[in-house]
Each structure stands twice: as C-alpha cells, then as structure tokens.
Design a binder for this molecule. Structure first.
Ligand code: F6R
Length: 618
C-alpha cells in the first residue's frame, strides 16, 4: 500500500528519498513523487508507474540540493492513477507539501468549503484538502509554527492518516503525524540523532541508515528539527516516547541472487520455520514455551473459546489453526475474515480470547477486529511478524514470527511460520488441557523435522516448474483439499490468482459435487491435495469423479503413494508427517507452482498488479 518517506538532516535529501521509495516498492503502488526544500524554493517531481520513471525525470535535472524532503508511493484510492494525483500535494501558494497514507472521509465536504473560500485544487485526491487546511491555519496563526498549524488542520479531519509535511517557510522543520496508518521516525546519526531524522511508513525504508526508531501512536504529531524531536497529541499534551531497535538487517531486504523475493522467501521457509520454533518446543514436557504468552497462561487455561481473525493468507493459516486447536487442544475455535468479523456484531462470551494473525501487524481490518474485541473486554493475542507494529503493540500478549522481512507481495514464508506457531500454541493450550505427554512429544518432535522435510520438497523445484509450463494455457484451476488441507487449497488458489491473474478457485473437495463439479471438463485442471491422512479415501473418490469427467489432475501426494499415479496426470510428492502438520509441506509445491506459472506468464511476481503488501485501508 502507499509508502511515505521523509528526511531532515545534513545530507542531500533527494537520493535518500528515492532510495527509501525503492525499498518500499514491494508494498505495491502505481505512482510516486518527491518534494525537496531547496534554498531557491521547493522542487517537486511526480511520475506514474515505477520508481524508475521518477528517477528518469530526476536524472534529467541536476544540482537539486536540499537537506529536507518528503516522498511517497501512491496506491490509488480516490482519483485515477495520474501524475496530478501522485503525492506530495501542495497548497495554493506551493509552500506547503504533504504526503499522506490513509483516507480522509470528510474530504468532499472540506473540499467544497475550501473551494468556496477560493482555494484551487489540482488533483482529485482526498489528500489535497490537507495542505489547503494547513495553508489556512498558517494564515490564521502565522507565529504558531508548522507543528501547531498542522495540528489545527488535523483537528478538522475525519479519517485515517500517516502524513509528512514540509513548508518552504520552515526549512528546519519536518512534521509527521499518525492516525490509524503506520508511521515511524528513524533516528539518524547511528541512533544518536545528530540532527538527522527519517520518517517512514515502513522500517525497511530506513534500515540502511538507522535501526533506532520511534513508532508513532494514533493521534500523535512529531516535530522534527536538527535540534531534536518533540511528540505531542492533538490536544497539545507532550508524549514521552522511547526508541526501539529494529533487529532486521539490511541484507535481509536483498534478493541474494534469487530472481525474485518471492522465490527467495519460498526457499527461505525451512530457515523461517527454524527461527519461528527455535527454543519454543519443550520436548521433555511435550509442550511449548512462548515467552510472549508467559503472562497469558492463566487466561489461556481458563479460555472457553478462541476467535481467530486475519485476512487473506493469514486467515488461511488461522483456519488450519482452528483444526489443530479443536482436534488436539479440545477448545472450540471460530475463524473469521477480519473484515467480516468487525462489521457484523460478534457476540462475545466470558472466556473468549481473540487471536489476530498478521504478518505486517498493520492490516486495518485485523487491527479493527482487535480493537473491537478489546473494547468489549475480550483478551487479545497476536501472531505477528513485524516487531513494534500496531497489532503487536495493541494486543494484550502475542508471539512474534521471527522470520525477517517478507518482501514479496504474495505471502509465503509468513504463512508456514504462522501455521508452525499455531502448532506451538496447540501444544501449549493442549498440554494445559487433556493432551497427553506422548501426543505432545510426538507433535513437538515432528514439528522439529519440518524444515528438513521442506528442503526435500524444494529440491523438486525443476519438476514443478515443468508442470507449471505444461498447464500454462489453462485459464481456470480448481484447488481441492479436505480438513487440514482445505485451507491449503484456498491458499494455493489465492497464490495463483495473485501473481498470474488466472482464475483459480479453492474448494473443499466434499463440496465439489454440490455445484463446482459442473465446471469440470478437459480444459479445467484440478490440483488435488491428497496426503495419506484421515481423508485420503474420500479425496481419492473425488479425484475419480474428476477423472470420469476428463478433468486433468495434478496431485500433491505422500511419498510412496503409487495409487495416486494411476488417477492423476501429474504427481508431486511430499514427505510423510503428522496429519496436522501436512499443510506446512503441501503448500510448498503450490507456492512454487504459482511462482513459476506467474513468471512463465511474464508477470512481475514480486509486485503483482493492484496488490499491496500491507493493506492499511479498510
Ligand atoms: C496474500 C497476501 C495477503 C495477506 C493479507 C494479510 O499473499 O499476502 O492476503 O496475507 O493482506 O496481511 P497481513 O498478514 O500483513 O495482515
């Protein structure tokens, strides 16, 4: 989704801004722009398309010196994808410039009022009301300072925002403010300030320059100058903020010789699982130790129901967690899409615990579900990757994934890590209830083997690539599974859709005969997940039904299963593991299939069209 970068310090701002924008490219965007304060005035450039298009414009110019600037990558919400709509946006005088993430809900009313007072708008965006409101505040309170002028403007806004603001008349001030849209301040000079600050919506944009960051909270405004920073709320109360250290290294944000981040991340899954489970399995007790849940053990012991929420891939992981927790921890679980959960009227009961799953920790719908539950007095937990993100900070307790940054827009290693952590949670909650020591030990020791089993599957990449090429012309796919592998079927279909733009439908295999089977013919391949587990015979029957209707079948089956070969056109084998852990293996061929299918169609799989990595709008 949109990315924000800002810089104030002693260095030239422009290269730092462009570099920051490039590092946020993975979030998804359709246009970009910068504004830099120079002694002669404000320089701005906007371009539609990739950062390269902006860079080309900038390369044609020279001598753009300035140590204060802001930049933005836009993912269109209000107004088409045009240069005029690309941020930063200015007031009538061209002195005030604003880059904004989020949505200003009352913009059309504000725009009408501002227009009636003589303001001229140059874009169709909701954002543009902001610089005009700041312009009015500057006129009304010329001595107040930019921070105060921005505060006055923000008091008129209804909606969500993460903003950076600069004003030609205040060359030593950069303003940042947040409401429901993530924003952090990077403290330059190696974390000691030294007159240098970055503002970014994403830590990866500043990692190369500093690891010391301050996360802004909702309703906060930061005034950054070469002399220091001051954070306050909309009511002018000073907020004391402490900085946090980001553990990710800059190297983790590079491709390491892989053609795409997505491929690097698929190949990184064994290591990601190792990092997610390291030190957390207590084999001798048949249980799990999760530091972030240490204070929540009592609540979990008493819990009557777990409500899992997430979006997209995280939701699919949650659905697998539901099967695990119900089967092995004997606790009722309901999993819901966060955007549905928050807009219906969830009926909470005493003993409910809400578990939010989110790689980014910033997904607006998931965060809203957490807030809704908290407001109703429900204890909330998170499984989150990004340290210090909103969901990580707002849940009562939680588990970090420890998998480093996930850059590819299509989530891969985050999914398997979430599933692995859900297995750990199952151990923890299960052992508090009726799970036996032997069962706990078995799950723990099988989970430990998963990274090596994943490595075995990754060795089959070439064969999977060939299968993807064989079906290259198919326009529709079914992904079918049962029980633990139904969510994997949903996830396989989502991956294919996202990066190849070919239609795919994930479906419980038992549902096939209730409608979808009407679609089956020789042109519609079905990818059937058929490991040797409790649903095996049923899956085989479903595959026979497909075959009888001449539908091509690609099977994901357990090593040594020759029967499947007699039914399927192509088989990809995965090693044997516990039924509840099969999703950790069966999803890998699906991720590789989607990756190669997308690449063979000539798509930029790391930046699929219309998609954003972190969906911070509702
Ligand atoms: C799919 C994908 C999305 C995310 C979803 C939730 O590949 O990446 O479906 O899983 O937007 O994102 P997080 O986990 O950041 O809350």
């Amino acid at each position: 989704m949109c990315g924000i970068i800002g810089y104030i310090g002693k260095r030239q701002a422009l290269p730092l801004l462009v570099e920051g924008l490039r590092r946020m490219e993975y979030r998804g965007y359709d246009s970009a722009g910068v504004a830099v304060a120079m002694p002669s005035g404000i320089f701005t450039a906007h371009a539609v398309g990739m950062i390269n298009a902006l860079d080309e414009k900038l390369a044609a110019l020279s001598g753009l010196a300035g140590t204060l600037g802001i930049g933005h990558t836009r993912w269109a919400t209000h107004g088409g994808v045009t240069e005029q709509n690309a941020h930063p946006h200015a007031d009538c005088t061209g002195d005030v410039w604003v880059a904004h993430n989020g949505i200003i809900e009352n913009y059309s009313e504000l725009k009408n009022e501002l227009t009636a007072r003589g303001h001229v708008f140059r874009s169709e965006t909701d954002t543009e009301v902001l610089p005009h409101l700041i312009e009015e505040a500057a006129r009304a309170y010329p001595e107040a300072g930019l921070g105060e002028q921005v505060r006055v403007a923000l008091q008129k806004i209804i909606g969500t925002y993460g903003i950076v603001v600069l004003d030609r008349r205040a060359p030593e001030t950069l303003i940042a403010a947040r409401n429901f849209s993530p924003l952090l301040i990077g403290i330059g000079g190696g974390g000691i300030g030294d007159g240098e600050y970055f503002v970014a919506s994403d830590a990866s944009a500043v990692l190369k320059h500093t690891k010391e960051v301050i996360y802004l909270d909702d309703g906060e405004i930061a005034v950054l100058t070469p002399r220091g920073h001051h954070v306050s709320d909309l009511g002018r109360n000073t907020r004391t903020k402490t900085s946090e250290r980001i553990e990710w290294t800059d190297d983790e944000v590079k491709k390491d010789g892989y053609a795409h981040f997505m491929l690097k991340e698929i190949h990184g899954e064994p290591e990601a699982i190792e990092n997610s489970i390291r030190g957390r399995i207590v084999l001798e007790e048949g249980g799990a130790r999760l530091g972030g849940l240490a204070d929540a053990l009592g609540v979990l012991r008493e819990a009557q129901r777990i409500l899992i929420v997430g979006c997209g891939t995280a939701y699919h992981a949650g659905r697998i967690g539901e099967y695990m927790l119900e089967e092995y921890a004997s606790i009722p679980v309901e999993t819901d899409i966060a955007s549905e959960f928050r807009y219906r009227k969830p009926v909470f009961r005493p003993g409910d615990v809400l578990l939010a799953i989110s790689q980014s920790g910033e997904t607006a719908d998931t965060l809203a579900a957490v807030r809704e539950a908290k407001q109703k007095g429900v204890f909330t937990l998170g499984i989150v990757n990004v340290v210090g993100s909103s969901i990580a900070r707002e849940t009562h307790a939680g588990v970090y994934q420890h998998i480093g940054p996930e850059i590819g827009v299509a989530s891969t290693k985050a999914f398997t890590s979430q599933v692995a952590i859900l297995a750990l949670l199952t151990l923890l909650v299960g052992r508090q209830r009726d799970m036996s020591l032997v069962t706990g030990e078995r799950i723990g020791s099988e989970l430990k083997k998963i990274p090596d089993l994943m490595r075995e599957i990754l060795k089959q990449e070439r064969a999977i690539k060939k299968i993807a090429a064989k079906y290259k012309n198919a326009q529709n796919f079914f992904f079918l599974g049962r029980k633990y592998n139904l969510p994997v079927a949903l996830e396989g279909a989502l991956k294919l859709k996202e990066i190849s733009y070919v239609h795919a439908e994930g479906c419980g295999a038992g549902e096939l005969k209730h409608g979808p089977i009407a679609m089956i013919d020789k042109h519609l391949p079905s990818i059937c997940i058929v490991p040797h587990d409790s649903t095996y015979e049923k899956m085989i029957s479903n595959m026979e039904e497909i075959r009888a209707r001449k539908g091509p079948i690609i099977a994901i089956a357990t090593e040594g299963d020759e029967r499947v070969q007699t039914i399927a056109d192509d088989v990809i084998y995965i090693p044997k593991t516990l039924e509840m852990l099969t999703p950790l293996l069966s999803v890998i061929p699906l991720q590789l299939f989607a990756y190669h299918f997308g690449v063979q169609h000539g798509h930029d799989v790391d930046k699929p069209r219309n998609l954003a990595k972190s969906v911070t709008v509702e």
